[in-house]
Design a protein around this ligand. Sequence first.
Ligand SMILES: [Fe+2]
Ligand SMILES: [Fe+2]
Length: 186
Amino acid sequence: MSVNNAMTADFLRSAYGGESMAHMRYLIWGEVADKEGFPNTGRLFRAIGYAEYAHADNHFRELGDQKGDYTVPAGAVFGVGKTVENLQGGIDGELHEIEQMYPVYLETARFQKEKGAERAFHYALEAEKIHAKLFKEAQEAAKQGKDYDIGGIYVCEICGHTATNERPDRCPICGAKEELYKAFKK
Ligand SMILES: [Fe+2]
Ligand SMILES: [Fe+2]
């Protein structure tokens, strides 16, 4: 399994960089939320951070045997503030991926007949739509000084699909079975 076209390979490396940084940023913002007394919001950051790890993992693996050192340009949101602001950073980052980055990457992979990259970008794009929605809901609560009212959070290890309150029987994005969901419970 390896990518053949340079443009798709560049996009895989960039997406790997962006997802790696999102993973780390959400862990940091999760700790901030915990300290502010918002444990569910902290847990949401950690669960979504795990989904970004799954995306980075997919992008990295799709590069296959393309070894070597690269300087990787990738978008990332910076800044640590209050949880309301950090959630805005989360929303902004996810929306960039949904509206700009992944649609372009996905079309390029499709055009270049890079099936593996196309799948990896599709998985990420669909999962990020849910992330933006969850961050918006958490932010609505945080604006009122409240924690996000949420039960278990379940993340598909294959594609990063993120479900709340109930573990899905099957992943609606990639078709994985329920055992492949990682649980982030209270
Ligand atoms: Fe995301
Ligand atoms: Fe999935």
